[in-house]
Structures are given as structure tokens and as C-alpha cells.
Design a protein around this ligand. Structure first.
Ligand code: ADP
Ligand code: MG
Ligand code: ZN
Length: 487
């Protein structure tokens, strides 16, 4: 299996997101989910002859918002085209989409997580209408007929196409989740994957490591969960790698993920691929968007995770990874900033929010909105650490005792006897005892094993239940051990 690692996976995503509108893209029919079949239809979305589409202004505004949120250039003129193909759920015989002139292009998403820095370029964002839905199973006489529901026909979508910048199944799934968070944050889509509001096609290829040319890609259609995306990509990489190792060629094709079987199956190959014969839709004028409108939409965008992250790095000097973790949600950012406002120590606040606070939230399966400590109370605890009232390690116990109660750090420290021992005489006694009990460690230190000092510091910290001032302990021990006089 070692040779499997000789191939590098390359992944690009095409994501369809339903826009948050009450009505369809080219008519006034409702987009409400779950209505009885064919109750939200009219001549336009049924594609009856002579019915004329009229573009919804709100749809355009949401597409601009999506484009801006993904760092794209918004084009002041974009054009609707007809994508021609025959399928029973497509009553006009073509889908109205954007092709050569999409509304937004050339975006980028940058983010950091514990696996490193990521940068994914967005090739384009374009507007299109959804098709209807074929029901083959479970309705009426479905053993003999297929049924068609046109409620979805004409529902507004944006398609977001990435460059092939993703390199692993986990990275692809994580990116998809981040994109969903962004679309939700800016109110572009409700991101409801069970209702089909968000779905993803994964383009996957492999190539020998070090080769710059891309391999032949396979497109896995219509993945509607992060897990399916990850599993489908994992499967495709393994399948393609195996073929490459066997000296077989990869066939360019569309495949479908079969969750029950845990594999992808072929739908159609490039040879049977459609020629969509795109051409500009003569029924729809170009979409003209003024710079002024773009500016207004931009000014109303909420602060996005990436901007927040940059601000946290710049204003507070946080490490990019910590900043990225905090910037993920507005609530986490507010909590952090309120903690700093009280403690005046951004570094410590960053460490605590990404450390103890996050650990505790994960443990309880909660998010920051249900956190069991106020940022002000945490800020005051951090002040007590900085003042030397409590050691950093004892402060963790204090935090646990405060959490979920109204107790203040100061009260807990006093009541539990967790005040930091900074008194040399008191510490000296404990240090002497520890040295007495660990003669062997002392001998090892004197034989040149410096690392033993850490062990001894740990023993003193333990003897004081973490209350000792570690720096002082360190100094005292070193002096005792090197015989640089007693204190
Ligand atoms: P098509 O014309 O077949 O739709 P595109 O070049 O427009 O192909 O790309 C569609 C999607 O496939 C994009 O998300 C792109 O990043 C991705 N993609 C293109 N080539 C590859 C490749 N060799 N391997 C993986 N993904 C790819
Ligand atoms: Mg495609
Ligand atoms: Zn309609």
C-alpha cells in the first residue's frame, strides 16, 4: 500500500446553493419547501409557450452578496444563457443559467486550522434556475409510472465553482462546511442540506507527486452532506490510484455516490457527454448592476470570519491559528474581545479562549452562546494571574470551580486556599523536602542531566497543588542544586 502515497489527489468543487427568497427567480411562485406537488407553479416555471421570464431583483442582490463574501469581482454586466438538454423534469428543454458572462469571478478564501494554512480560489459564481424533480419511487403507482413535481422548477440558485485547489477528502469536506457557514452568515442561503438547499459536485483526479499537469477528472454528482462528500472523494482517490498503479487510464465521466454500497458508480462518460449548445437567452436582457449598488451591498455585509481573523491578528497580535479559531463565529470573537477589555492581556485571553474555554465547551457539547462564565469574570481571573495572586496552573482549577456558577475568581481563590505561594520561606521548606525525597533525581541532575530539573519543578508544583509560583520554584531549585548558596 505504500505506493498509494505516490499519487497526489486534486479536488475542485461545484456547489449549488439555493438563495433565500420567498419567490422563484423568474416568476412570483413560492419557493416554500414541502408543499403538495405542483402547487407552486405557473406558466413561466412550467415552461409553457409564450410565457416570459422576469428576473427578480432580490436574487441579483443575493448573488452579489455571495460573490463579495467569497472575495470575487462583481461584474456590472452578466448574461443569462440557455443550457440545452432534454430531461423530463426540465419543461422548457433548457435551463436558464449563466455561462460565458457570470455575475462574479476570481474570488479566494484563505483560512487556518490545526492542519495548516489553506487557500482556495473561487473561479466563478453564477445565477441559474433549478429544475423540477422526478419521483421514481414511493408515490402512487410508481411501479408503473414516474411522477414529476415542478415546485422546484425556477427556484433561484447560485453555482459556486472552485479552482482545483483542494488536496484531501477532509480538506474538501471542511471547505464545504466553511462555505456553508459563510453563506449562512451573509444571509445568502439557509444551507439546509436535507431540503436540498445546498449540494455539491466533487471533481476528483490524481497525479504523480511532483507533476504539475492535472490528471483526468471524474465528477461525483449531487453530494448533500459533508460526510458523503468526504467518503465519496476518499473512494474516488482510492479507485483512481489503484487504476493508475495497474497502468489503466482514468475515464473522464460523471459518477454517483451510492452511500449504501459505499462506492461511486458510473452515470455517463465523456463520450456520451452533452453538448449543451449554450447561447444567450433572447428573452432576458443582460443583467446590469451599478457600481453604486455593489457598494451598498458591500457596506451591508456583516464582518466575515476571514476579516475578523485578520483584525484579531492586527489589533491584538494573536497567532494566526488562534485568531482563526476565535474568528470562526461572531459570538466567540465578542467573548474574546470582552475578556481582553477587562484583562488587558490579549495573548492570555487568546490562550484561554482557545484552550480552557473551548475544551470545556467541547466537553459539555455546547457552543459559546451557552458558555458558563462571563468574559468579564474570566478577564478578572486573568488579571489575578498577571498580578501573581494565583499561578497559571491553579487558575485552571479556579476556572473549573467558577464555571457554571456566579462565583468570582477572587472568592474561589480565597475560599479554596489557592493563593499562589510566592513566599520564599514557605517554598524553601517544600523544595528541601522534595529534594530529600528524590535523591536519585538530584544525582542525575548533578551528573549533567538538565532535564531532571523539570521533573523536580513538577514535584514541587504537585506538593503545592499547583499553587507555587513556577518561576520562583525553578530559581530556588537551581540554586539548591548548583550549590549557588541557599536563599
Ligand atoms: P468542466 O468544463 O468539465 O465543467 P471545468 O474546468 O469547468 O470543467 O471545472 C469544473 C470543476 O472541476 C472545477 O471545480 C474545477 O476546479 C474542477 N477541475 C477541473 N479540472 C480538474 C482536475 N483535473 N482534477 C480535479 N478537479 C478539476
Ligand atoms: Mg461541471
Ligand atoms: Zn412560476
Amino acid at each position: 500500500m505504500a505506493s498509494l502515497t505516490a499519487f497526489e489527489p486534486v479536488i475542485g468543487l461545484e456547489i449549488h446553493a439555493q438563495l433565500r427568497t420567498a419567490t422563484k427567480i423568474f416568476c412570483g411562485c413560492s419557493t416554500e419547501f414541502g408543499a403538495a406537488p405542483n402547487t407552486h407553479v405557473c406558466p413561466v416555471c412550467l415552461g409553457l409557450p409564450g410565457a416570459l421570464p422576469v428576473l427578480s431583483r432580490r436574487v441579483v442582490e443575493l448573488a452579489i452578496r455571495a460573490g463579495l463574501a467569497l472575495g470575487c469581482t462583481i461584474h456590472t454586466r452578466s448574461i443569462f444563457a440557455r443550457k440545452n438538454y432534454f430531461y423530463p423534469d426540465l419543461p422548457k428543454g433548457y435551463q436558464i443559467s449563466q455561462y460565458e458572462h457570470p455575475i462574479a469571478t476570481d474570488g479566494q478564501l484563505d483560512y487556518d486550522d490545526d492542519t495548516g494554512s489553506h487557500s482556495v480560489r473561487i473561479r466563478r459564481v453564477h445565477l441559474e434556475e433549478d429544475a423540477g424533480k422526478s419521483l421514481h419511487l414511493g408515490s402512487g403507482a410508481s411501479d408503473r409510472h414516474s411522477y414529476l413535481d415542478f415546485n422546484r422548477s425556477g427556484v433561484p440558485l447560485v453555482e459556486i465553482v472552485t479552482h482545483p485547489d483542494l488536496r484531501s477528502p477532509a480538506e474538501a469536506a471542511d471547505f464545504f462546511a466553511r462555505l456553508r457557514t459563510i453563506l449562512l452568515a451573509v444571509g445568502v442561503s439557509d444551507g439546509n442540506m436535507e431540503e436540498g438547499s445546498l449540494r455539491c459536485d466533487a471533481n476528483v483526479s490524481v497525479r504523480p507527486f511532483g507533476q504539475s499537469e492535472l490528471g483526468v477528472k471524474v465528477e461525483v454528482k449531487n453530494l448533500n452532506s459533508f460526510r458523503f462528500l468526504q467518503r465519496a472523494v476518499e473512494y474516488e482517490i482510492a479507485r483512481q490510484t489503484e487504476r493508475c498503479l495497474a497502468g489503466d487510464r482514468i475515464v473522464q465521466e460523471s459518477r454517483q455516490w451510492d452511500e449504501a454500497a459505499g462506492r461511486t458508480v458510473s452515470m455517463r462518460s465523456k463520450e456520451e457527454a452533452h453538448d449543451y449548445r449554450y447561447f444567450p437567452d433572447p428573452d432576458l436582457p443582460p443583467v446590469d448592476v451599478s457600481e453604486a449598488w455593489i457598494a451598498v451591498v458591500r457596506s451591508r455585509l456583516p464582518e466575515l470570519p476571514d476579516a475578523r481573523r485578520q483584525r484579531l491578528v492586527q489589533d491584538y497580535g494573536l497567532a494566526p491559528a488562534d485568531a482563526g479559531q476565535i474568528a470562526e463565529t461572531p459570538s466567540m470573537t465578542r467573548f474574546f474581545e470582552a475578556t481582553v477589555a477587562v484583562s488587558g492581556n490579549a495573548r492570555a485571553a487568546g490562550n484561554w479562549v482557545t484552550g480552557e474555554v473551548t475544551r470545556r465547551l467541547k466537553h459539555d457539547g455546547r457552543d459559546i452562546d451557552a458558555v458558563g462564565v462571563t468574559p468579564e469574570a474570566l478577564g478578572r481571573l486573568l488579571v489575578m494571574i498577571d498580578d501573581g495572586h494565583v499561578s497559571a496552573s491553579a487558575a485552571k482549577d479556579v476556572f473549573e470551580l467558577m464555571y457554571g456558577t456566579d462565583r468570582e475568581a477572587g472568592d474561589v481563590i480565597r475560599a479554596e486556599g489557592l493563593t499562589q505561594i510566592g513566599d520564599v520561606d514557605e517554598l524553601h521548606e517544600i523544595v528541601a523536602r522534595v529534594l530529600q525525597e528524590h535523591q536519585d533525581a538530584v544525582a542525575r541532575f548533578r551528573a549533567g542531566n538538565e532535564g531532571t530539573l523539570r521533573f523536580l519543578v513538577g514535584q514541587v508544583m504537585r506538593a503545592t497543588r499547583g499553587r507555587a509560583n513556577p518561576k520562583l520554584v525553578n530559581d530556588l531549585l537551581r540554586r539548591e542544586l548548583t550549590g549557588a548558596g541557599t536563599v
